[in-house]
Design a protein. Structure first.
Length: 279
């Protein structure tokens, strides 16, 4: 199976790259990519690997608990650092470089933790699918010398899911996730209250069994993005969802006919702005 052989070759290249690092701190969100990266790093480097997870209003509690549970099960040292994005100067105003501000703050803290423990390198879990997209956070990654091993190994999301399944990682089919601040249109003030509304709204949809969800917030309007295959299911639960979202504080509840899509808020950016934030 040439495809599988090529895929496994990429994993071997990844592990060889990780081995040469000697020791590593992994920015760990419990998502598909960072879980795969952390597992491979721990398999190769053992106790010379630590996981660091940022706790903040924009990071759902369910994700933090999953991160804790994974590290406990794997015997990986896990450090939870407070990195409240809303305390970063200018972040609440949700500027177009919001992700840059957040990532720079986070990775500076992780670098400090790594240095204090004598750990040589810090890594994050972006993959090849992030190349060519609007990712201002990766500018901070480059500026601070943070490593991106999955991109070094030329692995994309589908390949990471395939390998994760082979390795028995429960995250192989986990829904894609991005920080809750990405649900806000640029320029709309981000607040603890609205982050909580979005978090609880998305949790409601997940509890109902929806596979991949985004609840974009436009002031008091919720715009639900789902896989198109799940549109009929949304209609079945429409009254319940409308009531639940209104209870959370939304005045209007809508469905995006375009379906689930990453980075839909970037449509408000000009071509020049998009190009400036690509990696």
């Amino acid at each position: 199976m040439p495809y599988q052989d090529g895929l496994h070759q990429k994993q071997r290249q990844l592990n060889e790259y990780l081995k040469q690092l000697g020791s590593l701190a992994v920015a760990f969100s419990s998502g598909v990519d960072s879980t795969f990266l952390l597992k491979n790093a721990h398999d190769v480097l053992g106790d010379r690997v630590i996981a660091v997870t940022a706790q903040s209003c924009s990071f759902p509690k369910r994700e933090l608990e999953e991160a804790r549970a994974f590290c406990a099960a794997e015997g990986i040292e896990h450090i939870v650092v407070q990195s409240e994005e809303l305390d970063i100067d200018g972040f609440r105003q949700n500027p177009k470089n919001r992700c840059y501000l957040c990532k720079r703050e986070l990775f500076m803290k992780i670098k400090e933790i790594a240095a204090a423990r004598g750990i040589a390198c810090v890594a994050e879990g972006s993959n090849m699918d992030d190349n060519g997209d609007y990712r201002p956070g990766l500018t901070a990654v480059a500026e601070l010398g943070i490593l991106s091993p999955l991109r070094e190994a030329k692995l994309n999301k589908e390949e990471i899911r395939r390998l994760s399944k082979e390795m028995g990682l429960s995250t192989w089919d986990k829904q894609s996730f991005a920080c809750l601040s990405s649900r806000f249109v640029y320029g709309e003030t981000i607040s603890e209250e609205k982050l909580d509304m979005v978090d609880k709204a998305e949790q409601k949809l997940l509890d109902l069994g929806f596979r991949q969800v985004r609840v974009r917030i436009h002031d008091k309007l919720a715009r639900i993005e789902l896989l198109r295959s799940e549109f009929p299911m949304l209609m079945e639960h429409a009254a319940e969802i409308d009531k639940a979202f209104r209870t959370l504080g939304f005045l209007y509840v809508t469905m995006d006919l375009g379906g689930y899509q990453t980075g839909s808020m970037n449509r408000t950016l000009s071509p020049a702005e998009l190009e400036a934030g690509r990696v």
